[in-house]
Write a protein that binds this ligand. Structure first.
Ligand code: NOJ
Length: 566
């Protein structure tokens, strides 16, 4: 089987602001990332996804771009970017960038020109109306239409008002963005992660939604939901409020156009969409190479039944494409609570973190890790609203207090919880001031989680064979040495089991059985698989066993076990 690099690669998402502070100013940068490439290589990373590194006023931490062909000065210079890219490639690590298509920053020269008058050359590059034509909300900061006195008109924004939506129906917008796409491809980057593609087009008839609430009330409803019915109602209201503002016709044509550009380049440049809709893979080779399997992580608990259902649905849909599609699994990114916190269930958080890492690293499809998960970083709840940097949380705090009259302490707690700052804190490199991220005496852009002093840091884990970091390295190494774990078909076995998840990865010459015991109970499992009798241990969270027979496999509480079948 001949797979492309993006099918065999292990991806690792870097959040540039928080990864490594090379110049000691409290903010991550390219010098820092470049210095950590050997760390990433040793971990077993094959490809990096960088969250936006472009100049930005940072209303949405870089997802409000003010120059698509530049490097934010706090991250370094274009030359430093080139050095980073060169050094990554020298270590056979590919690099994909984040491409924000839906909107720019309101400080982007395109928008400054567009808003200056109604008849300038870029007047139609954004979405303008004389008066708000409907009751649409932005999903970040209330009304979706914001007044610009220069034009005496309103512009549309799906996200913050500092993130005006581009008018993608204007061909000049496409050309300008495609030029930027080519700029980085010409420099040698290996592809893009496409931000929020679903939001690119709106319903052109601009119909109002019918939910009798505004954004702050909708968020409050979600927060106060307790029963399954409450949650269902809240989800339905979310859907109905925004359904006219995303997933509209035109996207497939646009993705095809972008794909054509990528395909002009040598080296299998790739696109991964921030969306879980497999339809964005087109016929399997004319739109995106990958979309994320978000349904796997959009759950309160990861259970064997949830995983089986998820895999059955996803793999069947990928299979049904005219050219068979390839999956892409992840459990975390910069937008959601960290894996160890979210799926931790209190006392067994570390065991569950190991099981969930093993899940992503052994399922069929390309795995994406989020920086810090390999050392078990956890969420940091910031309850002082003045320390929040995620402006959508600040906006919510202020609306909750001023408009909804929620008591300040309660609003602050909720803002801390919904804020994505909690999962974006600086990487913990050592048990030293600022977790080794920035020098002592410097205040990093977000507080460092003090649990760097409790073993959650790279340096101590590098020296400890029992650490989570050592576990990731060992498992990633086994994955790389075991073809079935990369290219093998997926076949679930013992599908009724409620507390453990067992499945095969099979190629014509190798069969691997993976058992993930999601329970505190030890057990002896009996597998009857035609043609196979013995099990050769490849990997375990327990002391390595000798060969076992398939009719009697012992698994310890929360064990991760990989065996090759003979
Ligand atoms: C999705 C990104 O992952 C998120 O961080 C950002 O706020 C929105 N898109 C808007 O660009």
């Amino acid at each position: 089987m001949s797979l492309k690099w993006w099918q065999t690669a292990l991806f690792y998402q870097i959040y540039p602001r928080s990864f490594a502070d090379g110049n000691g100013d409290g903010i991550g940068d390219f010098k820092g990332i470049t210095e950590k490439l050997d760390y990433l290589k040793t971990l077993g990373v094959d490809a990096l996804w960088l969250s936006p590194h472009f100049p930005s006023p940072n209303w949405d931490c870089g997802y409000d771009v003010s120059d698509y062909c530049g490097v934010a000065p706090e991250y370094g210079t274009l030359d430093e970017f080139k050095t980073f890219l060169h050094e990554a490639h020298a270590r056979e690590i590919r690099v994909i960038l984040d491409l924000v298509l839906n909107h720019t920053s309101d400080e982007h020269p395109w928008f400054l020109e567009s808003k200056a008058s109604r008849d300038n050359p870029k007047a139609d590059w954004y979405v303008w109306q004389d008066t708000p034509p409907n009751n649409w909300q932005s999903c970040f900061d209330g009304d979706a239409w914001t007044y610009a006195p220069e034009r005496n008109q309103y512009y549309y924004h799906y996200f913050m008002k500092q993130q005006p939506d581009l008018n993608w129906r204007n061909p000049a917008v496409k050309q300008a963005m495609w030029d930027a796409v080519r700029f980085w491809l010409d420099l040698g980057v290996d592809g893009y992660r496409l931000d929020a593609i679903g939001t690119i087009y709106e319903d052109p008839t601009l119909p109002s939604h019918s939910v009798p609430m505004n954004l702050a009330q909708l968020r409050r409803e979600a927060e106060l939901a307790r029963t399954p019915e409450d949650h269902k109602r809240s989800r339905k209201n979310w859907h109905n409020m925004f359904k006219n503002q995303w997933g509209q016709p035109g996207l497939h044509e646009l993705m095809k156009e972008l794909r054509t550009i990528l395909d002009e380049y040598e080296g299998d440049r790739m696109l991964v969409g921030e969306d879980d809709d497999i339809a964005y893979m087109g016929d399997g080779k004319d739109e995106l190479h990958l979309v994320f399997n978000f349904p796997l992580m959009h759950t309160e608990f990861i259970t064997p039944a949830h995983i089986r259902r998820n895999q059955a649905q996803r793999l069947a849909r990928l299979e049904a494409l005219p050219t068979r599609g390839w999956g892409c699994n992840t459990l975390g990114n910069h937008d959601c609570s960290r894996i160890r916190t979210r799926f931790g269930r209190g006392t067994n958080a570390l065991e569950l973190a190991k099981l969930n890492a093993a899940l992503v690293l052994t399922l069929r499809g390309t795995p994406f890790l989020y920086n810090g998960e390999e050392i078990g970083m956890t969420d940091l709840l910031i309850t002082d609203p003045t320390l929040l940097r995620d402006t959508m949380a600040t906006w919510y705090y202020e609306s909750a207090v001023n408009e909804l009259k929620v008591p300040q302490a309660e609003a602050a707690h909720h803002a801390g919880q919904m804020s994505r700052d909690k999962n974006r804190t600086p990487h913990q490199w050592a048990n030293s001031p600022n977790g080794g991220f920035s020098p002592a005496g410097i205040t990093p852009w977000l507080p460092v989680n003090p649990n760097y002093a409790e073993g959650i840091n790279v340096r101590e884990q590098e020296n400890d064979p029992a650490s989570l970091l050592a576990y990731y390295k060992r498992l990633i190494h086994v994955r790389k040495q075991t073809p079935a774990l990369i290219e093998g078909e997926y076949r679930p076995v013992q599908e009724k089991a409620r507390t453990y998840f067992a499945f095969l990865r099979e190629t014509p010459i190798q069969t691997v059985l993976v058992v993930l015991n999601y329970s505190a109970r030890a057990r002896t499992l009996r597998f009857s698989l035609e043609g196979f009798h013995t099990a050769l241990p490849l990997f375990s969270t327990e002391p390595m066993k000798k060969e076992e027979t398939l009719s009697k496999i012992h698994v310890a509480p929360y064990e991760v076990l990989l065996v090759e079948l003979r």
